[in-house]
Design a protein around this ligand. Structure first.
Ligand code: ATP
Ligand code: MG
Length: 152
């Protein structure tokens, strides 16, 4: 478990996570309202160097950010019934060429990729501290998580 004491710490963790991301990666962010899923995605976007502000995708389902090392596809799965809907959305990038970050995606998008990183964010009562857990599925995630934690 990693403690993120401030919004700045969450942003910095996102930037560091971005350094180990590859084309085709799926990152699933889970956690309650206000846990920091969008804040973390903003850090990932900054780390990838994408242009345009990363905001909550709530009203668009998916938003593509280009101009960085890899395109970032930011998805709000809240109202999706399946990630096939994102595949069918005719985005101007392919998911296989991009990093796809899904908020609220647990239990929904696993079928999209055999390999994925699940990031679980939790809040504590009356505190800014966020607790972050990483669960990697797929061969290269174990190494990449180790790499991330070693840099801590
Ligand atoms: N340690 C922290 N890390 C991240 N955000 C924090 C932290 N402490 C306080 N915050 C605040 O919590 C809020 C997190 O909001 P954010 O939109 O990122 O959450 P979310 O998980 O995406 O919520 P939603 O479910 O509505 O999409 C922001 O207002 C942020 O400033
Ligand atoms: Mg959000």
């Amino acid at each position: 478990m990693i403690e993120l004491a401030t919004p700045a710490a969450t942003h910095a963790f996102g930037r560091r996570l971005a350094t180990v991301l590859h084309a085709g990666d799926l990152v699933i962010l889970t956690g309650p309202l206000g846990a920091g899923k969008t804040a973390l995605t903003q850090g990932i976007g900054a780390g990838l160097g994408v242009s345009g502000r990363v905001v909550s995708p709530t009203f668009v389902i998916a938003r593509v950010h280009q101009g960085g090392r890899l395109p970032l596809v930011h998805v709000d799965a809240y109202r999706l019934s399946s990630l096939d809907e994102v595949d069918d959305m005719d985005l101007d990038v392919a998911i296989g060429d991009s990093v796809t970050v899904v908020e609220w995606g647990a239990g929904l998008v696993e079928q999209l990729s055999e390999s994925r990183l699940e990031v679980r964010l939790a809040r504590r009562a009356d505190s800014e501290v966020r607790e972050l857990e990483l669960i990697g599925v797929g061969s290269s995630w174990a190494e990449r998580i180790q790499q991330l934690l070693a840099a801590d």
